[in-house]
Structure formats: structure tokens, C-alpha cells
Write a protein that binds this ligand. Structure first.
Ligand code: ATP
Ligand code: MG
Length: 568
């Protein structure tokens, strides 16, 4: 490709709404343009990278025995009503009507469509297992589309769905997809972890996320320094620490004034007591009722665990009015001692046996010190309710957990019969009995991979693509377009590399060397070959890897073979 013909306009300044580096660089390097919030145009370079990612995914899905299909983006409401999700899926589902008033949605995922397809034609155990996948545009009206391609409203996903005769066979399908995912992310050149995950709104019981490690990631994950255990912090099981058996040193709680000190950090600083000696009292709405949830001051509530432990449908932190109603005090001074107007008090395991603790006093500008669990207040039930933190003990071995930020690029779910039962996708087994198919579903964020790869691979000058998903392999830069020998050498190299099946971008623009280098760094193509007037005379070109390498002089005669070897 000649750069004079390439539509990849670079810009100097960062887009104003860019919060993460992938968003900044994709816009500045002319890969994407925003059409509306969370909705982007993909320009030629981005399209090439997306195709590379898609082809890696395709290769691995086909190899794992899945078959590619292409399903409609527009989905009728009826099948969503059948699965029960028309009512359940919130405002992320973009719904609309056709001219006759029939209701539709833009597909955020395709369980309903695929189950409808399979139930119509698959009747016998002989047709199973069956695994169908597609690479297609999804639409989710995310509350806060952000970070460019990382959380778009319109994005490309690979989604696969497996159908099996029983659980054992379905778990084998799951394992097959898990292994395919490991190969996909390895081949894309990503540093990732597969972690145990919550199953969320999609449902099902077994699930792993594939997380690309990056500081900008929205997800927090933990992984053991010693064994292979890794999980999303939402999911991570926590080992119960031994209950504190120390005797209290204070005979009774004492009120202390804490004017305008509403956060644990503020009170901790003012009293000189570490946050781990605080009992945090959260007033939470659980399916309409108010519940007090106690945590150690330095721990965070895991809302997903709370919801699961209580078997609740809906939980949310109480608003100001409800806190006042429950505690008689403004937000920031809640505590478990005395009268609390809540349906019950529950606590995280770490609160059990706490003594000499600090809590809110249910009175404005006041806290209590010297509080002891059991003596000064009663908890109706203890659970594992908190988020895992750095150095928590591993639930599988004697190691300690490390925390990381991650970007979820893939997700595999064991679904069981949730959808097949709701939508009556059944088959006849060998004995002629009708049974629900056992399902799994498997997603990969194709466009999110592109962003995640940049989050992991960039420097201050631009993108540094892993070779497998770079839009081109080699960038050839003739440095003086007014020197015929330079142009000739560049043209000859362009032809030779192209003939060798290498994807080359030739910067044939009448630009100064400096601006060619700048744009080359921004685009992030793995190998740069610069051809200058002096080198041409001596029969050499300058080869430089985009990733941190030194410039190296290579004889013109051997550059093609050299690049072939480097790219092999
Ligand atoms: P998240 O928790 O990030 O919202 P999710 O759990 O809703 O993701 P899935 O329904 O499992 O995601 O979708 C499969 C994959 O699609 C995800 O692993 C992710 O890579 C990608 N994906 C999901 N939502 C978006 C989005 N808004 N923009 C880009 N990619 C997305
Ligand atoms: Mg989501």
C-alpha cells in the first residue's frame, strides 16, 4: 500500500474526551473517528487490524470444531419474551418498533436467536454436539460509554454457542472453547490471565473471564503468586481468617466528637486509629428492605457476593433520606450500636470478634470508640462479603493473592439448560426421551482486543503493535523524495517485499524525514526500513523494530531475507 493513497489522517492533539491511551492513539493515528457517543467509524488501518484479529479467532474456532454463521442484528421481541429477558434486560437493550408497531431490539448478544435457530431443526442426539459462532456487530446502550473502543455502545463481538446432550459433554465443549481462547489471546500477542468469574445477567453456573493485564483496566482481578488460582475480585473466595479472640481493653463504648468527619480516612487520621480497627456500617436496600452491612474499615463491600448470599434480586446503597431514617443521623455516622431502624444487621466474617473498634454513633458529628462485637451489638449472620485485596491468602494453597487491573476481552459461560428450557430447545435421546439441550456461550470482544492490545503495547510516541495484529508488517520510508536513487531503492524494496508476501506500507509522501518518522511511530507498524541518500550510495538501509530496538544497518541485498526471517 502506498501511503499517498492511504486514508489514515494523523492529528497532533489528543481528542478532548479521551481518557485512556488506546483511545488517544487510535484517534491521533487515524484509525478511528467518533460518529456518536460510543459509536465509531473504523478507517482502513483499524479495519485491517480488526480483520487480523477476526482471522485469528476464526482459525481457532474452526479448529475447535465450531462453525461460522451470521445472524441478524435486529431481533424480534417475541423470542426475548420467551427467554424472560425482554422484561429483565434493562435500558442497555435498545428497543424499537417497525412500521407495523411490532417490537424489536438491536442484539446485545444472541442467545435467543441461536436457540430459536437450533430448536427448529435440531431434533436428535445424533446432531449434537453442535457449536455455532459468528463475528458481528452488537449494540448495548451502555450507561457510560467510555474509553473509546474499550466500552463502546456499538462494537464487534465473536459469540459462540454450544449445544450438547448432557452436562459432561457440555463441560467438554466448555473446555474446548477455553483452550481455543487461550490460543487466540496468545496468538494476538497479549499478556492475559484466565480468571474465575461471576456469571452475571447471562446466567449459568461456571464461567471464566480472559483478562488482559493493564493499569487502565476497569476490572480488578486477583491471582495467586504460588498456584494457578486466579479470579475476578467479585468472585474471589476468601479464606476465613481466624476469629479475633483478644479481650476488649475498654469496658464500654465511648462517644467522641468527630465534627464533619464523615469518611473512615478522616476519622482514622483525626483519632490516630488505623482503618482496620474501624467497623464500617453500610445501609443497603435489599429488595426494598433496609439492611445494615458491617465490614472492617479497610475492606470494601462486594455487591455481587452480597446479592448472592442474600439471594436478592436487587441491591443498592441506601440514599440519604433512607440513611437518616435508619440511623437518625446524616450519612457518615452510621454504626451498629444502639437502635438501628433496619430489618437486620449482617457482617463480613472479618468483623467477628472485633474489639476496641471505632464505629459511627448514629448521631451527627459523633463516633464511638472501644466497641466490641457481641458485647455492644449483635450480628444476625456472618458471610464472606468483601472484595479480595492484595496479600489475602489464596483459597487453594498457602500462597498470597496479588491484585491486578484487567480488561475483559473474553468470557466463557457454562449455561446449562437455562435458555433451552425457557425456549424449549429439546432433542430426543437414544432411548427416544425428550431432553433439554445443555448449552454454553462464549464471547470475545474483537474491537476491545484492538484497544486492549494498545493499552499493553505503546510508548510516548505511539502504538507498538504485536506483529500478528499489526495493520502492516513493514513500513518503508524513503527519506528524500527528491533524490531519484532513494525513490528507486524504496520502490524496488516495496516490490520485492510485496512479492515475498510481506504486507508493506510505503511512505511515498513528499514529507520531511522527521514527519515520516513521527507518523511511523504513531501508526506502530512492527518493522521500519528507512532509506536515505548516503545509505543508498553505500548499499545499505536502516532497519528498526518499533518495539524499543536500535537502528541497524542492513545491506540492501539482504534486507528482504532478513525481514522474511524476522516475520516468520
Ligand atoms: P463488561 O463487564 O465489560 O460489560 P460483559 O460481561 O457485559 O462485559 P459479555 O456479555 O460477556 O460482556 O460480552 C463478551 C465480550 O464482549 C466481553 O468479554 C467484552 O470483551 C466484549 N464487550 C462487552 N461489552 C462491550 C462494550 N460495551 N464495548 C466493547 N466490547 C464489549
Ligand atoms: Mg456489559
Amino acid at each position: 500500500m502506498r501511503q499517498t493513497r492511504l486514508h489514515a489522517p494523523t492529528i497532533k492533539d489528543d481528542p478532548r474526551d479521551a481518557e485512556v491511551v488506546s483511545h488517544r492513539l487510535l484517534v491521533r493515528a487515524g484509525y478511528i473517528r467518533k460518529l456518536a457517543a460510543g459509536i465509531y467509524d473504523f478507517l482502513p488501518l483499524a479495519t485491517r487490524t480488526i480483520q487480523k484479529i477476526s482471522n485469528i479467532i476464526r482459525g481457532e474456532m474452526n479448529r475447535a470444531g465450531a462453525q461460522e454463521v451470521f445472524l441478524p442484528a435486529v431481533q424480534p421481541a417475541e423470542i426475548w419474551v420467551e427467554s424472560g429477558r425482554w422484561a429483565k434486560y434493562g435500558p442497555e437493550l435498545l428497543r424499537f418498533k417497525d412500521r407495523k408497531g411490532a417490537e424489536f431490539c438491536l442484539g446485545p448478544t444472541h442467545e435467543e436467536v441461536i436457540v430459536d435457530l437450533v430448536r427448529r431443526d435440531v431434533r436428535s442426539w445424533r446432531a449434537l454436539p453442535l457449536n455455532l459462532y459468528q463475528i458481528q456487530t452488537k449494540f448495548r446502550d451502555e450507561v457510560r460509554p467510555r474509553a473509546g473502543l474499550m466500552r463502546g455502545r456499538e462494537f464487534v463481538m465473536k459469540d459462540a454457542y454450544s449445544f450438547d446432550v448432557d452436562e459432561a459433554s457440555a463441560l467438554a465443549s466448555y473446555e474446548g472453547m477455553y483452550a481455543a481462547y487461550e490460543r487466540i489471546f496468545q496468538r494476538c500477542g497479549l499478556d492475559f490471565r484466565a480468571v474465575e468469574a461471576d456469571t452475571g445477567a447471562i446466567g449459568g453456573s461456571r464461567s471464566h473471564e480472559f483478562q488482559v493485564l493493564a493499569l487502565s483496566g476497569e476490572d480488578k482481578i486477583v491471582s495467586c503468586g504460588q498456584c494457578s488460582y486466579a479470579a475476578n475480585v467479585e468472585q474471589a473466595e476468601l479464606v476465613r481468617a481466624p476469629t479475633n479472640t483478644a479481650e476488649p481493653t475498654c469496658a464500654a463504648p465511648q462517644a467522641v466528637p468527630t465534627p464533619n468527619q464523615r469518611t473512615i480516612a478522616e476519622v482514622s487520621a483525626a483519632l490516630g486509629v488505623p482503618e482496620s480497627r474501624f467497623i464500617k456500617t453500610l445501609i443497603v436496600q435489599v429488595d426494598g428492605a433496609l439492611v445494615a452491612v458491617l465490614l472492617r474499615g479497610d475492606h470494601e463491600l462486594n455487591e455481587i457476593k452480597l446479592k448472592k448470599r442474600l439471594g436478592a434480586n436487587e441491591i443498592a446503597l441506601a440514599h440519604e433520606g433512607q440513611v437518616l431514617q435508619a440511623t437518625g443521623a446524616p450519612v457518615g455516622f452510621a454504626g451498629p450500636v444502639g437502635s438501628l431502624n433496619v430489618s437486620r444487621i449482617i457482617a463480613d466474617n472479618a468483623v467477628r470478634g472485633m474489639v476496641d473498634a471505632v464505629t459511627g454513633a448514629n448521631q451527627a458529628d459523633t463516633h464511638l470508640t472501644g466497641v466490641a462485637e457481641g458485647r455492644d451489638f449483635k450480628v444476625s449472620e456472618f458471610f464472606d462479603l468483601r472484595l479480595a485485596v492484595e496479600n489475602d491468602p489464596c483459597p487453594r494453597c498457602s500462597g498470597a493473592l496479588r491484585t491486578f487491573s484487567g480488561i475483559e476481552v473474553g468470557h466463557v459461560f457454562y449455561l446449562g439448560t437455562k435458555y433451552s428450557e425457557a425456549m424449549k430447545a429439546t432433542y430426543l435421546d437414544e432411548a427416544g426421551h425428550e431432553k433439554p439441550m445443555v448449552m454454553g456461550c462464549y464471547g470475545v470482544g474483537v474491537t476491545r482486543i484492538m484497544a486492549a492490545a494498545i493499552e499493553q503495547n505503546h510508548d510516548e510516541n505511539g502504538i507498538v503493535w504485536p506483529a500478528a495484529i499489526a495493520p502492516f508488517h513493514v513500513h518503508v520510508l524513503p527519506l528524500q523524495m527528491n533524490v531519484p536513487e532513494v525513490v528507486e531503492a524504496a520502490e524496488a524494496l516495496y516490490k520485492a517485499l510485496s512479492d515475498a508476501g510481506i504486507e508493506v506500507l510505503l511512505d511515498d509522501r513528499e514529507e520531511r524525514a522527521g514527519s515520516k518518522f513521527k507518523d511511523a511511530d504513531l501508526y506502530g507498524i512492527p518493522w521500519r526500513v528507512a532509506i536515505g541518500a548516503r545509505g543508498v550510495k553505500e548499499g545499505i538501509v536502516e532497519l528498526k523494530p518499533r518495539r524499543g530496538g536500535e537502528v541497524r544497518n542492513v545491506p540492501v541485498a539482504s534486507i528482504v531475507d532478513e525481514l522474511k526471517a524476522l516475520l516468520a
